[in-house]
Design a binder for this molecule. Structure first.
Ligand SMILES: *Cc1c(COP(=O)(O)O)cnc(C)c1O
Length: 226
């Protein structure tokens, strides 16, 4: 692995392009979300300066401490929330993020509606699907996905554009990627956030439009924050 983040970024982009070619897809149709959680602004700057503009964070508070200043310093940044969102942080999250990938329950959907009624412009929303049906993991169960998508998008009018999943670590991810794509297709959703450092190339093969890559760009994280 190259020693600096900019070189690792370039390697990840090459692998995405290669996987896209293999799947007869355009590399431009895959958005790399560089997951900068646990890394501070000074570690993020070189990656921005290497041209990266789309980033993912998993905690509202942590993102709030880093990104307002980075947004002042660099133009065109796009920030994705990829971690669980508490309803009491919805207002802050709307102010900070361009895309929230973790809409995972009705209470949260209704909290977005409430903010919209108060005049907020909502960010793009992805619904998180618990494809592995893991009890400890957030997300809508596959068998409940169609109804939840209908509730959020059609009944509540939320700007839902895609789906996101985090497959169980010990399972073959491609089965989960294929399931996510199937749910998206039958519901007319075009965006698929799937694939992390260990399997983003597989995810591209299975149709990912967004891959969330952290350690392959920034290096290993201290384990506490996932
Ligand atoms: C941390 C995280 C990632 C990135 O993980 P890596 O294995 O470091 O690439 C992707 N998605 C989510 C939801 C995460 O929390």
């Amino acid at each position: 692995m190259p020693a600096d983040a900019a070189a690792r970024l370039s390697e990840v982009k090459n692998r995405i392009a290669e996987a896209a070619r293999g799947a007869e897809r355009q590399a431009e149709d895959v958005t790399l979300v560089a997951v900068s959680k646990t890394f501070d602004a000074e570690e993020i700057r070189p990656v921005i300066e290497a041209g990266q503009r789309v980033f993912g964070e998993n905690r509202v508070q942590e993102a709030h401490g880093k990104w307002p200043k980075l947004r002042e310093d660099y133009s065109g940044l796009q920030l994705h929330l990829i971690g669980p969102l508490q309803t009491n942080k919805v207002k802050d999250a709307i102010a900070l993020f361009d895309v929230i990938e973790t809409l995972d329950r009705e209470k949260l959907a209704r909290a977005f509606v409430k903010e919209r009624e108060r005049g907020a412009a909502l960010p793009e929303l992805f619904i998180q699907i618990n494809t592995g049906e893991e009890p400890q993991k957030a997300g809508i169960l596959p068998k409940e996905a169609d109804a939840f998508i209908a509730l959020c998008r059609d009944e509540l009018g939320l700007p839902v554009t895609g789906l996101m999943c985090i497959p169980p670590v010990e399972e073959e991810p491609s089965l989960h990627f294929a399931l996510l794509k199937k749910i998206a297709e039958r519901n007319g959703l075009t965006k698929l956030s799937m694939g992390m450092s260990a399997d983003y190339d597989v995810a591209v093969t299975f149709g990912a439009t967004h891959v969330r890559v952290g350690s392959a760009i920034f290096g290993e994280r201290p384990s506490v924050n996932g």
